[in-house]
Design a protein around this ligand. Structure first.
Ligand SMILES: [Zn+2]
Length: 381
């Protein structure tokens, strides 16, 4: 066993209706004036105003930035950071799916240390503590409420840049499944598979440890048992809560064990073709699990047993997991190929170069070259 370390430097609150404790959470982190970062949908539904009202009742005023988009951009971060500075707020509430979380983390860096988020790309560039964050995820999910990453799209180079620092972990996370019950089926499927990919990639990662394995296994159990049920009926709060908790555990797992080729290769797919993150991951997953099967040391069977409605047979072969994941995609309405998602081959060379820059390639269980990445893109097409 190699050396490993972990810490979970934050408060996490899970349960239906826990958003009501937002003002108490704000006080606990010393916040006196909130800046809420969210998206247009949650604003229209009145949920953003509800968050602001909850804090106003306790004497905490709020300013709101609600213009985050899918695959959020460097420009959006700059705009939100400017609005944050003008507001006089002293903490940020990140409220929504992965996009508002990514923007909020980036704003919390840029608003404190200046410059553009592009200057903090990579690992270890964040100089110190950031503006305190409270994260309230409304999808299950990116797990972004507990991760050390912010992923922002730089349209100038068609590139999704990653900022990695344990300083990015929100101080407080509130996981209230009531927000999940109105998600469209396609969003529930894409986000749910993304969470499952986080659990799988961190589980088979070269940087996996007994700690991350424990998190990944519990995540796989919760997600495997509930993803079909949740996508079929998002109003099923029990399934929604299991998915939210599963994506939380998966987020903790990959903050420590990193990911792999699926995420390395999916970011360029999203950057060049604006395919939603979860959809890009879901399409690539079976192809890459097939590629990684050579390295299997018994974990494929375990994953199979968490995700399949029926247990693996005595003569289980890793390829059966690949087929199961393909079937799951079809059941959940995920496109079967990159081509179906609107991807064309002419950008593959540039995309492979970008994928190779990802730190996730280095921890993928099977050593991966640019040639491999090109072949995998072609196969997934
Ligand atoms: Zn992801």
């Amino acid at each position: 066993m190699h050396e490993f370390s972990f810490s979970i430097p934050q408060d996490i609150l899970v349960g239906r209706g826990t958003v009501e404790k937002l003002a108490a959470a704000a006080k606990k982190i010393g916040g006196t004036h909130a800046f809420i970062i969210s998206g247009p949908h949650l604003t229209k539904m009145g949920h953003v105003k509800h968050c602001a009202d909850l804090m106003a009742k306790e004497g905490i005023p709020s300013d709101i930035f609600s213009q985050t988009e899918g695959n959020p951009s460097v420009e959006t971060v700059a705009k939100a950071a400017e609005a944050f500075r003008a507001s006089g707020a002293d903490f940020i509430v990140a409220f929504g799916g992965g996009s508002p979380m990514d923007v909020a983390k980036a704003v919390a860096v840029v608003a404190k240390y200046g410059g553009s988020i592009t200057e903090y790309e990579g690992g270890g560039k964040v100089p110190g503590d950031i503006i305190p964050l409270i994260a309230i995820p409304t999808t299950a999910g990116t797990g972004s409420e507990v991760t050390a990453f912010s992923v922002i799209t730089d349209h100038a180079r068609n590139y999704k840049l990653t900022v990695f620092s344990y300083k990015l972990i929100p101080r407080y996370a509130i996981l209230d499944a009531d927000f999940l019950t109105t998600a469209p089926a396609s969003v529930a499927a894409a986000c749910g598979i993304d969470a499952m990919v986080h659990a799988i990639e961190s589980y088979i990662s070269r940087a996996a440890s007994p700690f991350s394995d424990a998190m990944a296994e519990k995540a796989l159990e919760l997600i495997g048992k509930n993803i079909r049920r949740y996508v079929a009926n998002r109003a099923d709060v029990e399934a929604a809560e299991a998915m939210l908790t599963g994506s939380l555990f998966a987020g903790i797992a990959f903050s420590w064990a990193r990911l792999g080729d699926v995420h390395a290769m999916s970011h360029p797919v999203s950057a060049y073709f604006n395919v939603p993150h979860g959809v890009a991951n879901a399409i690539l997953l079976p192809t890459i699990m097939d590629f990684n099967a050579l390295t299997d040391n018994g974990k494929y069977r375990k994953i199979y047993n968490y995700v399949s409605p029926t247990p693996a047979a005595a003569d289980f072969e890793p390829i059966e997991l690949v087929s199961l994941l393909r079937e799951l995609n079809a059941e959940l309405g995920i496109p079967a190929s990159l081509k179906e998602a609107g991807v064309t081959a002419e950008k593959f060379d540039a995309m492979a170069d970008d994928a190779m820059k990802s730190g996730n390639i280095a921890v993928n269980p099977r050593a991966t070259t640019k040639k491999d990445v090109l072949a995998l893109y072609q196969k997934a097409l």
